[in-house]
Design a protein around this ligand. Structure first.
Ligand code: URA
Length: 252
């Protein structure tokens, strides 16, 4: 926060919204001395500052408090999990700590990756930020590495960049997209839209087939190289700001 007043929240509401239990259950936790501030039991349910500095001084059952509302998570989405709250089968939300799934506001994925796409996935409980990132007006670059069934024919970069490419079943051409050849049947693709199965359908439109798809970056934010599939970490303010930069790290 930059100099402004820090907002406050009743402790029972804060902990209930972070998924620790109902407000009644939080009251019982406090009464039993299980909530501590600077190591001393915090039995009084009063208002507390909503600041990371204050939160860092609190523990519940000996563990530091979960991240305050406003979190942004970088996840290395593995193959085979779905970006959905309710579909059958493995879901990305199951990769987060169990308590985080009971938070209010809830954590949502920032856009979606297909079940069979891996790579950089953001999740947040900040609805305004989520909408800023997925807003078509922001034209945030999404960078994918695609492995293809067939060899590239050399025309793809021009077709993708044309601004005239039509996807089957759609009536509006795609905005220009970038293609960098990485190998005979491998390419890096940069798109600024988020149409359904966009990269797979772009290659289908030029007679090829994507066999593996991995998102490497969003704007100026790259997936950590040492984050294994299924792992995640929180982003700091500078990293969140990088999402709105160009892939080269410049204002876009
Ligand atoms: N394009 C696709 O085809 N799939 C994704 O998951 C993302 C972009």
């Amino acid at each position: 926060m930059s100099g402004g007043a820090v907002s406050t929240c009743r402790l029972d509401r804060l902990l209930a919204n972070l998924g620790y239990g109902s407000r009644r259950e939080i009251e019982i936790l406090a009464r039993h001395g299980r909530i501590k501030l600077d190591g001393a039991a915090l039995r009084e349910i009063g208002r507390v500052p909503l600041s990371p500095e204050f939160a860092a001084r609190m523990t519940v059952d000996g563990e530091v408090l979960d991240p305050l509302p406003g979190l942004v998570v970088m996840m290395h989405k593995p193959l085979g999990v779905t970006c959905s709250h309710k579909e059958a089968g493995p879901l990305v939300y199951r990769l987060l700590p169990e308590r985080w799934r009971r938070r209010d506001p809830a954590i949502s994925t920032v856009g979606r990756l297909d079940k069979e796409t891996s790579g950089l996935l953001l999740l947040t409980d900040d609805g305004a930020l989520l909408h800023r990132i997925i807003s078509p007006r922001k034209k945030i670059a999404k960078i994918y590495r695609a492995k293809l069934d067939g060899a590239l024919n050399g025309d793809e970069a021009a077709v993708f960049a044309s601004g005239a490419m039509m996807l089957e079943g759609e009536d509006k051409p795609l905005l220009p997209a970038g293609l960098e050849v990485l190998g005979p049947s491998e390419a890096r693709v940069t798109i600024v839209e988020g149409r359904y199965h966009q990269v797979r359908r772009m290659f289908a439109a030029v007679g090829n087939h994507v066999v593996a798809l991995h998102r490497e970056a969003l704007g100026g934010l790259k997936l950590d190289e040492d984050l294994a599939p299924g792992e995640f970490r929180l982003l700091d303010a500078k990293e969140i700001a990088a999402i709105f930069l160009s892939p080269a790290g410049e204002p876009s």
